[in-house]
Design a protein around this ligand. Sequence first.
Ligand SMILES: NC(=O)c1ccc[n+]([C@@H]2O[C@H](COP(=O)([O-])OP(=O)(O)OC[C@H]3O[C@@H](n4cnc5c(N)ncnc54)[C@H](OP(=O)(O)O)[C@@H]3O)[C@@H](O)[C@H]2O)c1
Length: 347
Amino acid sequence: MAAAREISSDKFVFGCHRFGFGPAPGGGAVSTERHVIPLVRTALDQGVRAFDSATLYRATLQLGAALDALGVDPNTIRFQTKCLRYLGLNAGGAKEHQPEALLQGIPRRYQGLTDKWDPSPKGIEQQICRERIEYGGDILYGVALHDPPDMRKQVGLDWSTDIAPGVEWLREAKRTGFVERIGLGIKEPDFVHEFIAKEPATLDYAGLTFCPSILGPLMKIISAAGQHGFEVTLMGINYGQAFTLTEDPLTAPPFLYNYEVANAAERELMSRFFRICGSTPLLHLSAAVAGLLVTHFPKAVTQIVTSTMTPSRLVDTMRLVREAEVPAPVWAELKAAELIPREFPTS
Ligand SMILES: NC(=O)c1ccc[n+]([C@@H]2O[C@H](COP(=O)([O-])OP(=O)(O)OC[C@H]3O[C@@H](n4cnc5c(N)ncnc54)[C@H](OP(=O)(O)O)[C@@H]3O)[C@@H](O)[C@H]2O)c1
């Protein structure tokens, strides 16, 4: 592979999701000593300076412990997290919304707790202050509203009580300097447009779970980013596991597509990508697309959040984002099949 794209390491953010959910490589819970410390060390060695977490991830305490063990001042990294979702008692009819596949490696201290919603200003204050205590630095580089479209689906969402007061509280926290940037961490692109219409001049970054199959909606967000002055964060590049498959997605064992187990239509869609890519791994396609986005839209697309539980894979992913090549006939066929928008710049 030729060195094709100049992408500075500060465009990469390490995603901490798996520090809490696991599983560790080979299965089971994640150990701070065996897994988290080597990953944080590798990320720092690669020049990564930003870490993305969430109250829900059960991950920030482990990150803070790793920084401590490595003798790294937490104020020398950028830490961004998310609120709205918190961990509460798994009792009294509480429903666990995370897919079973994601619940295999949760460390013991988080067992018996489940995801719940608290959009109140006091709830948000509690959530993000806990995050700050666990990571150990003074301020939060970013705080994103975590999955409000999921909240709408699961328990309903009333903007005037569930979004507006929390946003006002975050604006105040930003005025005081405790929070540097206000963001979204979401799986549904349309919500970005709804948010900027209802909360004008608020959004600093739109974090969107990402993979090449949502380039169409993403291009609209990039265009809105220029107009409204916010940045775009790619929260992952593989949509969970969808773009890491090395066998036909139509018949592969169950895999995650946008963090839910892929259904028949999603398998069929991924299989179309797989067949057109031929000998080009899907992983290379997703890395190349992410790399092209940050190089062609440098003002808008400012962060690629990536994650793995294997240090060498972090190195591989950063290299692939910079160097992975997709042959011109493959791009052409993906565009002809309308799997990649025609206007997407592929070189
Ligand atoms: N709603 C939200 O706000 C939201 C949603 C999703 C994600 N996020 C953020 O985005 C972060 C990244 O998401 P993600 O972890 O799902 O990232 P991703 O880029 O979509 O995918 C990571 C997957 O790729 C695999 N992988 C990574 N490098 C690989 C390589 N070189 N070869 C083969 N497989 C490889 C990983 O497997 P292994 O781990 O087994 O290596 C893992 O299954 C999260 O940690 C979180 O911080 C936010």
